[in-house]
Design a protein around this ligand. Structure first.
Ligand code: ATP
Ligand code: MG
Length: 351
């Protein structure tokens, strides 16, 4: 267990600025998720912490100690690589056992520990296969097992569940969450999947083009996204974002007129989540349009309306039915959260 600090760290690849100068403190025992689109610098950040990638400037501290010049093997980190990084000539058993062998754990203890870990990731029956004889999802679980077979100071996990089927992904997620609860090891976890980020993280760092644009608890990221990018990235289906203007205490856009507590201004974007909207039969509904699509998800129906350039999705009841192109109306649910953003800067406008 250790705190990890990046102080004024910058990373360039030749002339390309991958990560602009910034600082980040990952608290001892924290589960920090790096979330962001492809190419935003998540793997680079992890590899710098692991010592596998040189930093261009700044300092990295682990447990208060500057580790810039410390080789990876001396940092006491267990890492799950995005490309698995398994030893092809070793069996599953040998791959998982390797970190224990390196640390001189005796054969008997090693075997017991490997078996127990393999069961956790549902690989108990495949211990004698080689990586080339496994599916992608099985290989990924070997990589995960190799990381969690021992208790390091820090776990670094780069998309460790990306190749698993939906069901296994959810059960492995719970496994990881439990493991973190049990061991309390400082963990940095990379994912594209906002659901994984929300469910696992103590804090989420949302990254865009190398920059951390918001660092907050999942709850805060969901309820108070700092800008349009975060607003659109978190939540499924994503937050409705409607361009319009505020006049006379109302937000106005084609088909939309919603009371808001904000001063008169143009060029704003109103955000409201599908789960914060409901169908209404009110005389003068806040949102009107023609029904564009109905999608049954099982527990709900996603109802999409269109009016001019405005498209809005609401989470309606599973039993809702209507004809496509029928007139349809929506209203914010009682207590719904309405977000406002500056259209030009993308920044959240304080209520
Ligand atoms: N060795 C390298 N040389 C030059 N540019 C690199 C190198 N490695 C990464 N980059 C660039 O740095 C940026 C960040 O890459 P990184 O691998 O950290 O992204 P990522 O967020 O992990 O993306 P993904 O989700 O696709 O894995 C990208 O623009 C990438 O092209
Ligand atoms: Mg990556």
């Amino acid at each position: 267990m250790a705190e990890v600090r990046l102080v004024d760290v910058e990373k360039r690849y030749g002339g390309f600025l991958a990560l602009p100068k910034q600082s980040l403190t990952i608290e001892e025992g924290e589960f920090l998720v790096l979330l962001g689109p492809s190419g935003c610098g998540k793997t680079t950040t992890m590899r710098m912490i692991a010592g596998l990638e040189e930093i261009t400037s700044g300092d990295i501290l682990i447990g208060g100690e500057r580790v810039n010049d410390k080789p990876p093997k001396d940092r006491d980190i267990a890492m799950v690589f995005q490309n698995y990084g398994l030893y092809p000539h070793m069996t599953v058993q040998q791959n998982i056992a390797y970190p224990l062998k390196l640390r001189g754990v005796d054969r008997k203890a090693r075997e017991a520990r490997v078996r127990e870990t393999a069961e956790k990731v549902e690989l108990g029956a495949l211990l004698h296969r080689r990586p080339s004889e496994l599916s992608g999802g099985q290989r990924q679980r070997v990589a995960l097992a190799r990381a969690i077979v021992r208790t390091p100071k820090i776990f670094l996990m780069d998309e460790p569940l990306s190749n698993l089927d939906a069901k296994l992904r959810v059960s492995m997620r719970a496994e990881l969450k439990h493991l973190h609860h049990e061991l309390g090891v400082t963990t940095v976890y990379v994912t594209h999947d906002q659901m994984e980020a929300m469910t696992l993280a103590s804090r989420v760092a949302v990254m865009r083009e190398g920059r951390i644009v918001q660092l907050d608890t999942p709850k805060k990221i969901y309820s108070e996204p700092a800008d349009l990018f975060v607003a659109g990235f978190i939540g499924s289906p994503s937050m409705n974002l409607v361009e319009g203007h505020i006049t006379g205490g109302r937000f106005e856009a084609p088909g939309v007129s919603i009371p808001v507590a904000a001063a008169e201004r143009g060029d704003v974007v109103l955000g409201i989540r599908p789960e914060d909207l409901e169908l209404t039969t009110a005389e003068a509904p806040p949102i009107r349009g023609k029904l564009y699509a109905l999608e049954l998800t099982g527990e709900a129906t996603l109802v999409t309306l269109r009016e001019g350039a405005t498209s809005i999705c609401a989470r309606g009841p599973a039993e809702f039915e209507a004809e496509i192109d029928a007139a349809c109306a929506l209203a914010p649910r009682p207590g719904a959260r309405i977000h406002l953003f500056d259209k030009t800067t993308g920044q959240r406008i304080a209520a």
